[in-house]
Design a protein around this ligand. Structure first.
Ligand code: ATP
Length: 494
């Protein structure tokens, strides 16, 4: 109505000015600019095409497609059963579940779980990311939130479904504590709108809405989002353990021809710390390597190479000079010898192929993913980290900057030890500890380990040289080859 009135008045004014002989050129230009601004910002800018999946396509994701997340799936299923059996839940007077928060590191399958949740509840799936709601124009974010909820309801109605799941990835972008971004009240408006929409979800709505949000920074979220009645269920989605990694590898190699020598359990054991997304990429890279080699099947070596590529990046074209390579070989041999001493059979591979930002690398097998570490394990870890620099010093007479990263990690381990009361200080209140005492405790721990490493490597200088020479020659030694060179070396030196 307002629009029509404005339009009528505007036309009348233009005609009046024309008849009165005014030059209306600048006025028309100004009007056109205002109309364009309105169109792009208020209309185009607000309307966003959210990803919609009505659940009828071939590639539906189910919980069976999500590996290594048994606990998260169990918790999720329990929550989703309120929606699946909503008549029953309603009869018992259970208030509808409105929000579910998936928290955990990137690439662990949070989006996958939300899509599987949509299949499980036979729901329409509408996805958006927190960043899609952040705009510089006031009110646009809030309008997009309204549009998101409207889209979910409309799509459900169109497809005849009674459930809809709205997935908001990176919710921390729009849901961080209000007032944090003081200059930008737009963020607060958007979050307020989300709260309003969630409060508007009722048990007897024709379409049951569930908002599933994902974040890896739950600590940043506004407490209003987490209060009961909003995102009142949180499901942790952790990095997969060894069994989980194996399950994910199996899922992502289902459609790939594997040679008989492929040992996925070994790959799973050697990929500690990999997320589901890393493992998917590993399986894909292995297939690409097989294709480049022209083989019909994917072999174990392709998986080994792919793991290194995913972890450390592509091989670098520029190669270090020969003296540098020799130093790197000595350094890595030092690490490997201590690794083998502290945990026999732990060396998986040893390489001096420069990749990404690493010049050399020792891969160790971790038998199991630990929750706790003993004092002995931490001391051993320290000695492996320090061994690279010590080997350089013994064989080449000096250290290099190549050990900087090792030292950073070593300091981290030593700090953990002091915190856990494993230093000479015993159990201490860290807040009351003067800086110099803390520093001394760390350096004593590090010094003690360094001496231990020196005492082991010094008498074995020839062995270090022998293995490093082999490594320089071959660029990469597998765990088995390393151990056979080590045994042969020990025999000759004995
Ligand atoms: P982000 O926090 O970065 O958004 P995310 O936790 O949502 O990540 P997804 O987008 O679900 O992670 O995962 C990315 C891809 O990684 C998936 O498409 C899938 O191929 C693979 N993936 C991740 N986790 C798993 C898993 N648990 N099982 C099988 N595949 C997985």
């Amino acid at each position: 109505m307002h629009k029509e009135l404005g339009l009528g008045f505007g036309t009348a004014l233009v005609i009046f000015l024309l008849v009165s002989g005014y030059n209306i050129g600048p006025l028309v230009l100004l009007g056109a600019a205002a109309a364009a601004f309105y169109y792009f910002v208020r209309v185009k800018g607000v309307v966003k095409n959210f990803i919609v999946n009505d659940g009828n396509e071939e590639h539906r994701i189910s919980f069976a497609d999500v590996g290594g997340q048994a606990t998260a799936i169990k918790e999720l299923r329990e929550a989703l059963d309120f929606i699946k059996h909503h008549h029953y839940a309603k009869r018992l007077g259970i208030r509808p579940l409105k929000g579910l928060l998936l928290t955990g590191p990137p690439g662990t399958g949070k989006t996958l779980l939300a899509r599987a949740a949509a299949s499980y509840t036979d729901a329409v799936f509408v996805a958006a990311s927190g960043s899609e709601f952040v705009e510089m124009y006031a009110g646009v974010g809030a309008q997009r939130v309204r549009q998101l909820f409207r889209t979910a309801r409309e799509k459900a109605r169109q497809t005849g479904k009674s459930n809809a799941i709205i997935f908001i990835d990176e919710i921390d972008v729009l849901g961080s504590r209000r007032g944090r971004v003081t200059s930008h009240l737009e963020y607060d408006q958007t979050l307020n709108q989300l709260l309003v929409e969630m409060d508007g979800i009722k048990a007897d709505d024709a379409v049951h809405l569930l908002v599933v949000a994902a974040t890896n920074r739950a600590d940043l979220l506004d407490p209003a989002l987490l209060r009961p009645g909003r995102f009142d269920r949180q499901v942790r989605v952790e990095l997969p353990d060894r069994e989980g990694r194996l399950e994910i590898l199996r899922l992502h190699t289902r459609n790939k021809p594997l040679a008989a020598d492929v040992d996925l359990a070994a790959v799973a054991r050697e990929t500690f710390g990999f997320s589901g997304a890393h493992l998917e990429s590993l399986a894909n890279e292995a297939a690409i390597l097989a294709m480049r080699e022209g083989t019909q099947e994917i072999h174990h070596r392709h998986f080994v190479e792919a793991a290194e590529k995913v972890l450390l990046g592509d091989r670098l074209d520029r190669r270090p000079a020969r003296e540098e390579l020799w130093r790197i070989a000595v350094h890595e041999t030092g690490h490997a010898l201590l690794s083998e001493l502290t945990q026999p059979g732990s060396v998986t591979a040893l390489t001096i192929t420069p990749r990404g930002s690493t010049l050399g690398y020792l891969r160790q097998k971790s038998e199991d993913d630990n929750y706790l570490y003993t004092e002995e394990q931490l001391s051993d870890r320290l000695s492996v980290l320090l061994a690279g620099a010590v080997a350089e010093e013994i064989v080449l007479g000096s250290r290099s900057t190549g050990a900087t990263n090792d030292f950073e990690q070593a300091v981290g381990v030593a700090e953990t030890m002091v915190r856990a009361g494993m230093s000479e200080l015993g159990v201490v209140a860290l807040d009351d500890l003067p800086d110099d005492v803390w520093h001394q405790a760390l350096s004593r721990l590090l010094k003690r380990e360094e001496e231990r490493v020196k005492a082991y490597l010094q008498p074995r200088k020839d062995l270090v040289i022998q293995i490093a020479q082999q490594l320089l020659l071959e660029e990469r030694l597998s765990g088995e080859v390393f151990r056979s060179v080590l045994e042969a070396g020990c025999r000759t030196l004995a």
